[in-house]
Design a protein around this ligand. Structure first.
Ligand SMILES: [Zn+2]
Ligand SMILES: [Zn+2]
Length: 466
């Protein structure tokens, strides 16, 4: 009997994790970290609800840590089998894993200094750089469209999900006693308006479909409106002076921004400002993007020509500031800088220094281009907070905060439904995953009302027979 257990991202967004058992073999589909309120109280003592040594293979849909981030800990806990992912994700994961580990390790260092000063025992981090390097050794990159035998009963194929570089929809053919089943896992589906990547690939056949529902309750604002708003902010800053700060995720959003800013430069709308990419991680990621430019869409052949010679050929005057010294130098600029830096929700990283130096200035513009979770500084700024504390210093928020909603890397409600309705003529059993309960309910209702398609919302830990 083949079964599927929903171990994560069931009625929540993060911690993507599903366990498929065939009787003979155990395959882990995704191994993501839980973030924010999705975290369990016993998370640190009990990271896995299964024994990692009993898993035969792991499949990862894309580089985001809520889909991939637990692999180093899985390896530390005894897993030593293959970790299948796409070729581009294989090239991105070293950047993501090493960055995440160094953040964790420096957090523990700080914490342990405090503990030692208080005469207490220091604590051991959950995993270290050695575990990361060992995990990276296990990663097997497969190109889109190639069938791979994962174990004797299971075949795997990745299709382009268009969400971030290397992101995949996962197709699995599972031979079970009851007969053969095809399972399709949507992964995170991209937004059709994404400038660089292709639309999610159309798939027509499945017996079981796991569909992400991040934006199951609504559509995004039209991209054209977002771009107009973005242009207006830059125009205002050009006329009245002041810097523009953009907190941004290193994977995907930063590259999209360089694309839009390059287009604006070409139209003559960006002569007043210099664009700085102040994120060593985003610089490395951009490099991987250009190495895999064969995966870009064909919408803008000009862009593809330019990008062959580098991102700064597309956006002339683009400045990278990888070193801390170069980054600190930006603090002396009062005007004429567009600074793109992480972290995307202002929870850490270099953007904090820039916010500290610029938020109190009424001429500063902060442009929010991504999702801001409850409890983050980014969210507080969006909600109109007037005073913030950064690195122990009280900062008055006089800057203008702009929230641009149209840059999402996720499919909106209509796009999700359109993609799912490609499964024809036979409708698969549909399971909604990777969403807040409210978003899932709305999507479920719409599927029933408009398509007479009954979708099931599994709960965390639920097991179904395939
Ligand atoms: Zn994602
Ligand atoms: Zn996700």
């Amino acid at each position: 009997m083949a079964t599927l257990a929903f171990l994560g991202a069931a009625q929540q967004v993060t911690g993507s994790c599903y366990l498929i058992e065939t009787g003979e073999h155990r395959l882990l589909l995704e191994c993501g970290i839980r973030q924010g309120t999705d975290r369990r109280d016993d998370e640190d003592e009990q990271p896995f609800s299964f024994d990692p040594r009993t898993i035969d293979s792991v499949i990862i849909s894309h580089t985001h840590l809520d889909h991939s981030g637990m692999v180093p800990l899985l390896v530390k806990s005894g897993y030593d089998g293959p970790v299948y992912t796409t070729s581009a994700t294989r090239d991105l994961l070293p950047i993501m894993y090493r960055d995440a580990a160094s953040l964790i390790l420096s957090d523990y260092e700080r914490k342990n200094r405090r503990l030692l000063r208080a005469g207490k025992e220091p604590e051991t981090p959950p995993y270290d750089m050695e575990d990361v390097e060992q995990a990276l050794q296990l990663i097997v990159g497969i190109n889109y469209g190639i069938k791979q035998q994962v174990c004797p009963e299971i075949q795997l194929r990745f299709r382009d999900a268009g969400h971030v570089l290397g992101s995949a929809i996962v197709e699995l053919w599972i031979a079970a006693e009851e007969g053969n089943r095809k399972l399709v896992f949507s992964g995170d589906l991209g937004n059709d308006c994404a400038p660089l990547l292709s639309d999610p690939e159309v798939i027509a056949e499945a017996d079981i479909l796991l569909l992400e529902s991040t934006y199951g309750e609504r559509n995004h604002r039209p991209l054209s409106e977002t771009l107009e708003e973005f242009k207006k902010v830059i125009e205002t800053a050009a006329n009245k002076g002041g810097n523009i700060l953009i907190p941004s995720f290193a994977v995907g959003r930063t590259q999209d921004l360089i694309y839009w800013l390059g287009q604006l430069k070409r139209e003559g709308g960006l002569d007043s400002h210099t664009v700085y990419i102040d994120s060593p991680m985003a610089i490395k990621v951009s490099d991987v993007y250009s190495r895999h430019q064969s995966l870009f869409n064909d919408d803008d052949p000009d862009f593809r020509q330019f990008i062959k010679q580098g991102w700064d050929r597309w956006l002339p005057g683009l400045v990278y500031t990888p070193t801390p010294e170069e980054s600190m130098e930006l603090n002396t600029l009062n005007d004429g800088a567009i600074i793109i830096a992480g972290s995307g929700m202002c929870t850490g990283g270099r953007i904090l220094h820039h916010l500290k130096h610029n938020l109190w200035l009424p001429n500063t513009h902060v442009v929010i281009v991504g999702y801001q979770a409850q409890g983050t500084l980014g969210r507080a700024l969006v909600d109109g907070i007037s005073q913030v504390k950064i690195y122990g210093e009280e900062i008055s928020v006089k800057a203008k905060i702009h929230t641009l909603g149209g840059f999402s890397a996720h499919a909106g409600q209509d796009q999700l439904i359109r993609w799912a309705s490609n499964f024809q003529p036979k409708r698969p059993h549909l399971f909604l995953i990777h969403g807040e309960p409210e978003a899932m309910d709305v999507l479920q209702q719409r599927l029933i009302q408009d398509y007479q398609w009954d979708a099931y919302i599994p709960s965390l830990g639920e097991v179904i027979t395939l």
